[in-house]
Design a protein around this ligand. Structure first.
Ligand SMILES: Nc1ncnc2c1ncn2[C@@H]1O[C@H](COP(=O)(O)OP(=O)(O)OP(=O)(O)O)[C@@H](O)[C@H]1O
Ligand SMILES: [Mg+2]
Length: 308
């Protein structure tokens, strides 16, 4: 690798490879009980300050409980600002909950965070890379951090990049020359390279064109089948939720308002006089369409969502 490394990127710390959880812990990959998180909104606008507004605690994730069995693809479906990413950050040890019992294969995310990190990998759209290095160089770098030998890491990197539709002719180009969609695919490739036992893709296909969406969805389905992975993903794409997920939780203002298989949710909707589409299911449980978004500070105040 001859290209200069930019010191500010990325911030990953070496983490030993994932080990397969013991049989005693194997049935439930993820357990969340009563997860709650609020934030301090501490910088009101000038207009807000003139009106006498001050910093305040705002409830985000609000008493979320769920359990994901090993091998399941579980979807968290919600509009913008519904706290999907915040929930993922609580699971992936990046945020401390105000209250919760969250465990990954029986390991507590707060007290056993380093052990949990060996089992998980979160993929987000704001993934950090060495932008002057090529996709495979970035992947090999990540693999080495996880303790994989260089030669198999390179072969596996190329294989995964090809599965995701990145042509071999492009894998030597600097990442900074690539489109956002391609960089997103490379973030997914990097996360799956180390075969985490619990995968946490945060909106893995948002912003991708239809062909790339399909590549990523096929890849996720294939990984679950081949690698005994459990996947909890967030999305606001109904088709994706329906196609990929064994079960779905619909999240609205940080609360789970429905949780079941896509088929059961649609059936219940039909039985209640709806049209049986996931759009209608979403509308019934949240009172809004996915496109409307979730964030409305004044609405939160009106609904008494301000935390104590
Ligand atoms: N560190 C933080 N400090 C203060 N507020 C935060 C913080 N992180 C998230 N929030 C707020 O929590 C709410 C939910 O954000 P989050 O990113 O979890 O939503 P999301 O469902 O992932 O939305 P999107 O679909 O746009 O990704 C937003 O109102 C956001 O401003
Ligand atoms: Mg998000």
């Amino acid at each position: 690798m001859t290209t200069a490394i930019q010191p500010s990127e990325p911030t990953s710390r070496p983490v030993p490879p994932a080990s397969v959880p013991t049989a005693a812990d194997a049935a439930i990959a993820l357990s969340i009980q009563g997860a709650t998180k609020s934030f301090t909104r501490d910088s009101p606008s000038l207009l807000g300050r003139l009106r006498g507004k001050r910093a305040k605690r705002v409830a985000a994730v609000d008493d979320v409980s769920l359990a994901v069995p090993r091998g399941e693809i579980f979807g968290v479906l919600g509009s913008n600002g519904s706290d999907k990413s915040t929930l993922l950050r609580l699971i992936s040890t990046l945020l401390l909950p105000d209250a919760a019992a969250i465990s990954v294969f029986g390991l507590d995310v707060v007290t056993q965070d380093m052990a949990v990190r060996r089992l998980i990998n979160r993929v987000s759209v704001d993934a950090a890379f060495f932008k002057k290095l090529s996709p495979w160089e970035n992947l090999v770098y990540a693999a080495r951090l996880y303790g994989l030998p260089a030669r198999p890491a390179r072969a596996r990197s190329i294989e995964i990049l090809e599965q995701l539709g990145i042509k071999r002719s492009r894998i030597d180009e600097p990442l900074e020359n690539m489109s956002c969609g391609m960089q997103q695919k490379i973030a997914i490739a990097r996360a799956f390279l180390t075969s985490p036992v619990l995968m946490l893709p945060d909106e893995p296909t948002t912003g991708l064109d239809p062909r790339s969406k399909k590549d990523v969805q096929e890849f996720i389905l294939g990984i679950r089948q081949k690698h005994d992975a459990t996947i909890l993903l967030t999305t606001h794409n109904m088709v994706e939720a329906d196609r990929l997920c064994d079960r779905l939780a619909i999240i609205d203002s940080g609360r789970i308002v429905a949780l079941d298989t896509p088929a059961a949710l649609k059936e219940r909707n039909r039985a209640a006089g709806g049209d049986g589409s996931l759009e209608d299911v979403f509308m019934t449980f949240t009172g809004r369409s996915l496109e409307d978004g979730d964030y409305d500070e004044d609405e939160d105040e009106e609904q008494g969502k301000e935390a104590p």
